[in-house]
Design a protein around this ligand. Structure first.
Ligand code: ZN
Length: 158
């Protein structure tokens, strides 16, 4: 069992190597998603190749697993990621309802090679006015139309 877990992690590490060593190199991060003892999704960092700042290994793997399984929830799955997830990926893992996270490198290891996400952990608890990116409310009443209709809608998935 422990050995099988290590095999899944080795696959995530292999993806991190493929992604980072090919061509100009993506960030050195890889991830696999496992269900019932088999890999159902995988990915490595593809931010530059996809021109997509959200294409972190974990997000790419979640999209792959959801597509392969035809679902938007992965509660019976585990994720093996070559590095402790950043706040965006951690949130995506929660939204996907993945059951367990295994990680290789720590976020401090990532910070040491220039991938520091500590600022995000610091931003989130700050009051809106103190955050780095300006944020202000706008047209709430108009925006609420969709919420009101949603609240009244009968045939929706909770
Ligand atoms: Zn991430």
């Amino acid at each position: 069992m422990e050995e099988q877990k290590k095999e899944f992690m080795r696959k995530a590490i292999e993806l991190s190597l493929i992604g980072s060593q090919e061509g100009i190199g993506q960030g050195p991060f890889g991830a696999v998603i496992v269900k019932d003892g088999r890999i159902v999704g995988e990915g490595h960092n593809n931010v530059i190749a996809y021109n997509d700042p959200t294409a972190h290994a974990e997000v790419v793997a979640i999209r792959d697993a959801c597509k392969n399984l035809g679902t938007y929830e992965l509660q019976d799955c585990e994720i093996y990621t070559s590095c402790e997830p950043c706040p965006m990926c951690l949130s995506a893992i929660y939204w996907a309802k993945i059951g367990k996270i295994y990680y290789g490198n720590t976020r401090d290891d990532a910070a040491e090679i220039g991938f520091d996400d500590a600022f995000l952990y610091q931003e989130i608890p700050l009051p809106l006015a103190e955050r780095t990116i300006a944020i202000e409310p706008l047209a709430r009443e108009e925006a609420q139309v969709a919420f009101v209709l949603w609240a009244k809608k009968e045939n929706k998935i909770d």
